[in-house]
Structure formats: structure tokens, C-alpha cells
Design a protein around this ligand. Sequence first.
Ligand SMILES: NC(=O)c1ccc[n+]([C@@H]2O[C@H](COP(=O)([O-])OP(=O)(O)OC[C@H]3O[C@@H](n4cnc5c(N)ncnc54)[C@H](O)[C@@H]3O)[C@@H](O)[C@H]2O)c1
Length: 250
Amino acid sequence: MQQFDNKTALVTGAGSGIGAVVAKALARAGARVVLVDVAASGQATADGINAEGGKALFQQCDIQDSASVAAAVGAAVAHFGGIDIAVNNAAIDPEVAPVAEWDEAVMERILAINVKGMFLCLKHEIAQMLEQGGGAIVNLASAAGVVGVANKPAYTASKHAVVGLTKASALQYAPRGLRINAVCPGAVDTPMLAENLPPGVDKSVIGANHPIGRLATSAEVAEAILWLCSDSASYVVGHALTVDGGLTIQ
Ligand SMILES: NC(=O)c1ccc[n+]([C@@H]2O[C@H](COP(=O)([O-])OP(=O)(O)OC[C@H]3O[C@@H](n4cnc5c(N)ncnc54)[C@H](O)[C@@H]3O)[C@@H](O)[C@H]2O)c1
């Protein structure tokens, strides 16, 4: 098991799904954790961590807004003295439709959160980590950042952009002590998946499309994220790690 004693981790989208599981896993491994989410649900996760003897702070933040992201990073510095690890996990996947029928406003909303929001998180986290002399960042991309997904044009474009942002920033900052990587999960059993199922389709059908024959758990994705954040991955830079039960090798 990875250990993160005396490290502070910031996790976006920590109020639900993968982000909540990652925040709890980092806390169990010794990290102080700043849970960031636009939804108030991150407070309950932070309270749960603190009740178990961990150190957690919830910071409500909309990652589309630069001042809001700066305030979250500032809160991490004020409460815990800095940021050693960041997991940029917040995103949306609200609609399923072919390109020709896609709503323009939904496209703009997905890009504003999944791409501009990711960029703003990287911008403020990297500035802080450079002051501290290093750090590790993991961005949540998706199998949709590796292959195309019909009916999800905006989400697919946004997750390819996350892989591009990861590589560009990893290249830029590796010489200055930052390791920046991405994970690309297949379908994970979370609220996002449940909310986005096509009408009449059970989630087990989505799992059966993966060579491994089932959905991932958030804990399985968290294992890969924690490894990339840890010193065990000290020579891994700019990698987009698939955690997809074989989905993208078909
Ligand atoms: N669930 C899957 O099948 C799957 C597969 C591949 C990749 N992913 C990626 O994993 C990440 C987490 O997904 P999940 O399934 O746990 O989703 P989820 O919907 O359960 O959780 C996402 C969290 O992000 C928060 N969020 C949304 N917009 C935000 C904003 N503007 N500012 C701050 N927080 C915001 C939400 O409030 C929510 O708590 C996402 O990046 C997603 O694209 C998920």
C-alpha cells in the first residue's frame, strides 16, 4: 500500500463517485486532504474522514471559475501549508446524442467544466507546486480520451483534450520536479454512469461490453491514481494509464 504521510492532497469532484473514494483512500494512507466540489456533498465525505481520525477540509468550488479554484488552492495552503498531490477528477457527462443532434449550449458547458476547468486547476496547482519545488498531479481522462465514443462527441473531445493538457504540462514541468499523468477508466460504477445510461439499458450491459465482463469499481480506479501519485511512480511522466478492463485494446 502507498503511504502519503506528511503530504497534502487536493481532490476535485470529491463529493461523489471516484473522487470521494480517492479522497478517503488518500486520507487512510496518511495524507491531509482538501476535498473540492461544486456540490455541498463534499462536506459529508470530509466529515467522515475527520471522524475516522484523518485530516480533511471541504472547499466548495466551481472549477470553471479561476477565482474559485485559486481560493481552493489558497485554502489548502492556509490550512495545511501547501499541496503535494492533486487529483483533477471533477467533470460532467450529461448527454447522449449524435453530433448532428447535439445541443450547442451543452457542448459549451462540457468544454467549460471538463477542459477549461481542468486547465484552471492545473494552472493554480502548478503555480503552488513550483513554489514548493515539486509535486504529483493525476488528471481524470477516460477511455473516451483514447478512442471515440459514438453519441458522446463533446465528452469524447473533452477527454482527448485532458490527455493533451496532461502531456503538454508534463513536458513543460518535468524538469522542475512535477510529475503530471492521467488515468483513462472504462465504465465505472458511479452516480455519473447511472445518470447517463441510455433509456432501457441496464448498467450490467455496459459492463459486459468490456473484455473483463464487468464495470470497474471506484476503488479499482483509485488504486491506479494513488500509485501514480506515489513515489513508486517516480519515473512515470505524461502517461495516460488505461484502467478499462481491456476496453480500448479491442
Ligand atoms: N463513471 C465512469 O464510468 C467514468 C469513466 C471514465 C472516466 N470517468 C471520469 O472520472 C471522473 C469522476 O467521475 P464519477 O463517475 O465519479 O462522477 P460523479 O458524477 O459521481 O462525480 C463527479 C463530481 O464532480 C463534481 N463536479 C461537477 N462539476 C463540477 C464543477 N464545475 N466544479 C467542481 N466540481 C464539479 C460533481 O459535483 C461530482 O461530485 C470524471 O472526470 C469522469 O469523467 C468516469
